[in-house]
Design a protein around this ligand. Structure first.
Ligand code: FAD
Length: 353
């Protein structure tokens, strides 16, 4: 598989599909290369009980409203995978799977995309590889001597795997709260939740809809030169989705401060108290999966690539989509990625004209 083409999209999750939708509408010649062997991006790999933090209609990609999942106000991850699978087929998007992109290099007036299935010569590239593939675990003393199991959010599936264990969950965000709630409802697990600062729950009536509105209001304010509204960060960290709300109301979501170090058999706080642990689950976030772009020499602070909107500042033929708010407000959400995808494709169309 090799050839010359207008645009290569790297990554076939929701962000890559949203780009594909607009590339199709703009009648550009393109392919989407995805390392997975099946549709759905990261949604194929989340834990069993994960539900979206927004209702279906507020979790939709451009052109196609996500159908309601019967009996579920907040659809589960399986529903998202089915929606994305249908989306690719509906818009006849040219997905190639499984194809892993190793590197993108400059090649005269083109970008060469080298993969494990040959190479493509593109006039523009959209990178939409997400963050799930680069779990982040902070450096904490004692990690090397802890004799138990350590896993990241990406490795967690279901509470039954931890029956009879002492489990420490680390992190103050949505993944940590949801996984703690999942484990707390399961008999036979001795659970500790450790957070760097006390957990900040959003008001119960705030879900992904309100977060999207806050992100949009912030973008408008900044675009119009008004005071920064603070966006989503001003509201809190944890969406009180029904299982989290239920666990919190039952008094099961009590966090302890972050511990200072791991010991051979558990964790130790700065005041000298300890807790024994069989497993530590690090729900400590992600970094953008950008190693395939390293040869372009664009890497900036925090592992990001500096962009103007989605366009890489140091390489105008490259756009970055998804990843986080740095590529557009709410760009790393289902409902939020449509707008930056449209803008990216508009700029690519102008560039290629
Ligand atoms: P991904 O889904 O990760 O897709 C990227 C694709 O690129 C993958 O298929 C991957 O295999 C592929 N890829 C990576 N590297 C390469 C390479 N080198 N070559 C080829 N292919 C490659 N958003 C919401 O809108 N609502 C929610 O309720 C919500 N809940 C979330 C819960 C959790 C626990 C997490 C982690 C995120 C949640 N998000 C939510 C945020 C976001 O919607 C998801 O993270 C989503 O998966 C991001 O989509 P993406 O297309 O950017 O990346």
């Amino acid at each position: 598989m090799t050839g010359a083409i207008d645009v290569v999209v790297i990554g076939g999750g929701q962000a890559g599909l949203a780009a594909g939708y607009h590339l199709r509408r703009n009648k550009l010649d393109f392919v989407v290369l995805d390392a997975q062997s099946a549709p759905g991006g990261a949604w194929q790999h989340t834990w069993d009980s994960l539900h979206l933090f927004s209702p279906a209609a507020y979790s939709s990609l451009p052109g196609r409203i996500m159908p309601v999942q019967p009996g579920q106000e907040y659809p589960d991850a399986g529903h998202v995978v089915r929606y994305l699978t249908d989306y690719e087929h509906r818009y006849d998007l040219p997905l190639h799977r499984p194809v892993r992109v190793h590197t993108v290099v400059r090649d005269g007036d083109r970008l060469r995309v080298d993969t494990d299935a040959g190479h493509w010569s593109a006039r523009a590239v959209v990178s939409a590889t997400g963050t799930w593939w680069r779990p982040f675990v902070p450096a904490v003393p004692g990690q090397g001597i802890f004799a138990g199991r350590q896993l990241h959010t990406t490795g967690y599936r279901r509470p039954s795997e931890f029956t009879g264990q002492r489990v420490v969950v680390v992190g103050g965000g949505n993944s940590a709260a949801q996984i703690t709630a999942d484990l707390a409802g399961h008999d036979g697990i001795d659970l500790t939740w450790a957070t760097q600062r006390p957990p900040r729950f959003l008001a119960d009536d705030i879900d992904g809809r309100a977060l999207f509105d806050a992100a949009t209001a912030r973008r408008r304010a900044l675009d119009e030169g008004r005071t920064d509204t603070g966006g989503v960060a001003s509201l809190g960290d944890i969406v009180a989705v029904p299982p989290v709300r239920a666990a919190r109301d039952a008094g099961l979501l009590k966090a302890r401060p972050m511990f200072e170090s791991l010991t051979a058999h558990g964790v130790r706080w700065s005041d000298g108290t300890t807790a024994r642990a069989d497993t530590v689950i690090w729900c400590t976030g992600f970094r953008p999966a950008l190693s395939h772009l390293a040869a372009l020499g664009l890497r900036g602070t925090h592992g990001h690539i500096a962009t103007d909107g989605t366009r890489a500042l140091g390489e105008p033929r490259l756009h970055l989509l998804g990843y986080g708010d740095w590529t557009g407000p709410a760009s790393a959400t289902l409902i939020g990625v449509g707008r930056p995808a449209r803008d990216a494709v508009r700029q690519i169309t102008d560039l290629l004209a």
